[in-house]
Design a protein around this ligand. Structure first.
Ligand SMILES: Cc1cc2nc3c(=O)[nH]c(=O)nc-3n(C[C@H](O)[C@H](O)[C@H](O)COP(=O)(O)O)c2cc1C
Length: 187
């Protein structure tokens, strides 16, 4: 590769992308409410999840009140419901009515039965980045649809997550093919 190939186009801001979108759930006024979060990240080897939340979000009321939330990974077939969760506020529309809700160990972190992956989280820290907040939750327990499991292991190709590209693109994509083959412990 010649040095010319190393010339870069500069961009403003973050290009850590693409990422799966998630539906974050919380109890607000005794009703489950869900919103789309594009800016989320696992950290500390996945023991915690970080979400970036605008202070004006209706969901935030429930997260602050109960100090719990859920993270649900929708599959492609939930695109229509996901679009509603990302465009309408729980202030104006009962988004809990779009799904069957279930609860785990934390009784105040509503989870979506139709989503193949769910995690219940308890808030450990809230960072003030006005007008946003960085909310950190410890993953208390995770759940997967048994139909997404192959030979006892979670098979992401069966989850069909909705992948969101940022950096000016802002479209959704689907997960591509597997390009590596890790040996399992039993091999
Ligand atoms: C692709 C996508 C990504 C989004 N990411 C975020 C995000 O990271 N943080 C946030 O506060 N809102 C985000 N939103 C916006 C909220 O999902 C949206 O405003 C929602 O209607 C708020 O619902 P609520 O008022 O019931 O909480 C995103 C929306 C879309 C469509």
């Amino acid at each position: 590769m010649g040095t010319k190939a190393l010339v870069k186009q500069e961009f403003e801001g973050n290009l850590l992308s693409p990422l799966p979108i998630v539906l974050v759930g919380a109890m607000v006024n005794n009703q489950p409410n869900y919103l789309v979060i594009g800016y989320s990240s696992p950290f500390d080897f996945g023991k915690y999840i970080f979400i970036s939340l605008y202070k004006k979000r209706y969901t935030r009321i429930g997260i602050h009140e109960n100090r719990t939330f859920s993270v649900n990974i929708p599959s492609e077939d939930l695109l229509a419901e996901t679009n509603i969760c990302g465009s309408k506020s729980g202030r104006d529309f009962n988004k809990g009515s779009l799904f069957d809700t279930f609860y785990g160990d934390l009784k105040t972190a509503p989870m979506i039965r139709q989503c193949p992956i769910n995690m219940e989280c308890e808030v450990t820290e809230i960072l003030d980045y006005n007008p946003n907040e960085g909310i950190i939750g410890r993953v208390v327990k995770s759940y997967a649809d048994p139909r997404c499991i192959t030979d006892g292991k979670l098979d992401w190709r069966k989850v069909h997550p909705i992948i969101w590209a940022t950096g000016g693109d802002f479209n959704y994509y689907r997960l591509g093919e597997r390009i590596s083959q890790k040996k399992s412990k039993t091999d």
